[in-house]
Design a protein around this ligand. Structure first.
Ligand code: B12
Ligand code: SF4
Length: 458
């Protein structure tokens, strides 16, 4: 049977911004697909591009040929297209999976890919690989979860594939096929602590309308406590990390599950520090915070997004700013750092909304906060909301969903003023009253605010 090579188009050494941050993690989705297929006896190899060079990948593609499976997300479009084209030129059949190609199957099929897998890759690939071997890439009628071109060149969408009902039927990600110690080492050198990732669930049922649900829909499936505890114990014993990142969408979504998991880890004497993402409304109990702290949570990321309830409601965030403030303080009370995600530029945002965001961040006092300017990911509620007002100034192939220009929205410099205003106000809020540094910060905050207001009215 033709062999499968799995890869993705993200190269850390081509990403100057990430080289400043240096928080790389391996592509878990690919490793899940690899583990599942290997267990069924398929011949699978993984080329993890993260820490490799593009030339090394091309050399690997020269070695043999078969099926090349590539993970896609919205940042890697141009890179994936270049890889697909290089692979096709060498005789590979190219299959794409992940959230980005699920959103643009026609475009990817028109620019070099042979098959797009929508949704979870494990079962679909197990059915697709023998079909490709037997019939080639144009006779794939009936393979659920795929989009392909038939012999007449027409794009055909097969029905969606049902989700895997019990995640405990899946093997753990095939971490042995990639260089996890290199990741742990990078973390240790740059942050003093080696880090690994794992997931305890798939999917998120919430409907925040800028968020992409292209792979798991709005479902939520949890893995059994024992299976997760076994994996964590294995990770600890195998890679000796100093910490873990639970890469779940909302780690605290299911309280009973989390309490059981915490008890099981305690029973085994495992306390590995970790960071993870949550929602403020799923942190509104002391017991949740106590449990997180006991388990070793040293930082919790909360999507605050905006301090304006009007904007939060328009986003269908389902969280109040009071919850964000309460959860931030409660986490801090339990000794957990708070990381906060904020979003500028959502549809209809005014200077007053931005001012409310600045106030919220000052009151909630997170340890760290990160801002993004909203961008419409294809097939999200936000994308539909601004449809008709968007423009792409680049070719689709060299752009990403982050490049959509939205009519009526301010430019990048406007949001740089918002960032400066926020940064200076928060720094001011952290000073003792009477600190001599206060004057300069006050001036800088006022200037940034004035520049923003001028930008809003121009
Ligand atoms: C962890 C994570 C990260 C980590 C990535 C670390 C890593 N290397 O994995 C970090 C923090 C770096 C990150 C960054 C970003 N991320 Co991110 N991230 C996630 C998160 C939370 C989990 C990923 C994961 O491990 N999932 C679990 C696995 C099992 O799922 P999976 O990867 O989708 O894989 C399954 C299928 O997709 C499929 N599959 C996957 N690969 C392949 C390949 C083939 C050939 C086939 C057939 C099938 C297949 O099968 C897998 C198993 O069923 C997801 C949300 C989510 N729940 O998936 C967002 C998510 C992937 N990220 C997203 C975004 C937007 C980003 C950023 C652009 C954010 C930003 N503004 O900077 C950056 C881009 C980084 C980059 N340069 O590529 C979006 C992607 C949207 C889109 N349409 O592309 C997601 C979906 C979040 C969201 N809901 O909006 N992210
Ligand atoms: S932003 Fe978070 S909580 Fe909201 S839908 Fe996406 S994953 Fe779920």
């Amino acid at each position: 049977m033709a062999s499968l090579l799995l890869t993705h188009g993200y190269f850390l050494w081509e990403d100057e911004k990430e080289q400043q941050i240096m928080r790389p993690y391996p592509p878990l989705g690919l490793l899940y697909v690899s583990a599942y297929l290997k267990r069924l006896g398929f011949d699978v190899d993984v080329f993890d591009t993260t820490l490799q060079s593009r030339d090394a990948l091309l050399q690997r593609l020269d070695l043999d040929r078969g099926v090349l499976g590539v993970y896609t997300n919205l940042m890697t479009r141009a890179s994936v297209l270049a890889i697909a084209s290089a692979a096709k030129a060498r005789g590979w059949i190219v299959v794409l999976g992940g959230p980005e190609s699920a959103n643009y199957p026609e475009e990817y099929l028109s620019t070099g890919a042979d098959v797009i897998v929508i949704g979870e890759g494990e079962e679909t690939m197990a059915e697709l690989l023998p079909a490709l071997e037997a019939n080639g890439p144009h006779r794939l009628e009936g393979i659920a979860g795929t989009v392909f071109r038939d012999e007449s060149g027409t794009i055909r969408h097969n029905p969606p594939r049902a989700q895997i009902p019990s995640l405990d039927t899946l093997p753990w990600p095939d971490r042995l096929s990639v260089d996890i110690p290199a990741y742990v080492d990078i973390w240790r050198r740059h942050h003093g602590r080696g880090s690994v990732t794992m997931t305890t669930a798939r999917g998120c049922p919430y409907k925040c309308n800028w968020c992409s649900h292209a792979v798991f829909g709005f479902s939520h499936r949890r893995r059994p406590v024992l299976d997760c505890a076994n994996e964590l114990e294995w990770l600890r014993d195998t890679y000796k990390p100093d910490q873990v990142w639970y890469a779940d969408d909302v780690f605290t979504i299911h309280h009973r599950w989390m309490f059981d998991y915490a008890r099981e880890l305690e029973r085994r004497g495992i306390r590995l520090p970790f960071e993870t993402i949550s929602r403020a409304d799923r942190m509104m109990k002391e017991e949740v915070l106590e449990t997180l702290a006991r388990m070793g949570c040293y930082r919790i990321w909360i999507g605050a997004e905006s301090g304006s309830q009007r904007i939060l409601d328009a986003m269908q965030r389902g969280v109040t700013r009071e919850q964000v403030e309460w959860a931030s303080h409660a986490a801090a009370r339990h000794g957990i750092e708070v990381g906060m995600f904020l979003m500028w530029g959502y549809e209809g945002e005014t200077v007053d909304d931005i001012s409310q965001t600045v106030d919220l961040v000052k009151r909630a006092a997170p340890t760290i906060f990160l801002t993004t300017v909203a961008y419409p990911i294809k097939n999200t509620g936000y994308f539909h909301k601004v449809a008709g007002k968007t423009r792409l100034d680049l070719d689709w192939a060299s752009a990403s969903d982050r490049d959509y220009q939205i009519e009526g929205r301010a430019g990048r410099s406007y949001y740089r003023h918002a960032d400066d205003w926020l940064r200076h106000e928060v720094a001011l809020g952290r000073l003792d009253p009477g600190d001599p540094a206060g004057h300069a910060l006050r001036t800088a905050a006022d200037q940034a605010r004035a520049a923003l207001v001028a930008g809003a009215s121009s």
